[in-house]
Design a protein around this ligand. Structure first.
Ligand code: FES
Length: 176
């Protein structure tokens, strides 16, 4: 034991803070933690927009998915654009000439969604969220937003996808 603790009882050496100072120390430590936490939060708030700025998703244009003959009516296929496994997409064949592509992540807590051909819906099994298979809108449950979609282009029996533009959304609303 160090010399300075020689004449001090064991219990006092273990707790070297005076009782009257204990509250002050606790407050000071608490302020340190709060300051550190605020600093971390401020850093995260700066980091996220900067990260998003440098990691914008690439524009999707003429991305080949598969041959149309690979998918029967009523089935789905999962694929990734440019091997980006963070963003799975699902290609759905609603009818002979009717295709849709949506992100396969639920807009609630990102569970993987499943196409239900019989009911014309896309279901999230985690909290029973349901989306309309025709436009991805939320029909029921906790998802806050429709499923993001891509536009499908069929050329010579091949399926290609591209970003679903604002104009396509407007046209879709006008025809539905
Ligand atoms: S994660 Fe899909 S409904 Fe909750």
């Amino acid at each position: 034991m160090a010399d300075r603790y020689k004449n001090i009882p064991d219990w006092k050496a273990d707790f070297p803070i005076k009782k009257t100072e204990a509250g002050y120390v606790a407050r000071r430590d608490f302020l340190k933690v709060i300051t550190l936490f605020s600093g971390i939060m401020a850093a995260v708030n700066v980091f996220i927009p900067v990260f998003n700025f440098f990691h914008k998703r690439k524009v999707i244009k003429d991305y080949f998915v598969c041959n149309a003959s690979e998918l029967k009516v009523g089935t789905q296929k999962t694929f990734y654009v440019d091997g980006d496994h963070r963003n799975p997409y699902m290609l759905i064949r609603l009818a002979e000439d009717d295709w849709r592509v949506y992100e396969q992540k639920c807009t609630h807590l990102s569970c993987s969604v499943i196409y239900d051909h019989e009911h014309g819906m896309i279901e999230c099994p985690c909290h029973h969220g349901f989306f309309d298979a025709k436009d991805g809108k939320v029909l029921q449950g906790p998802p806050p937003r429709p499923l993001p979609r891509l536009n499908v282009v069929v050329k010579d029996g091949k399926i290609f996808v591209e970003d679903y533009t604002y104009e396509q959304q407007i046209n879709h609303k006008a025809h539905s």
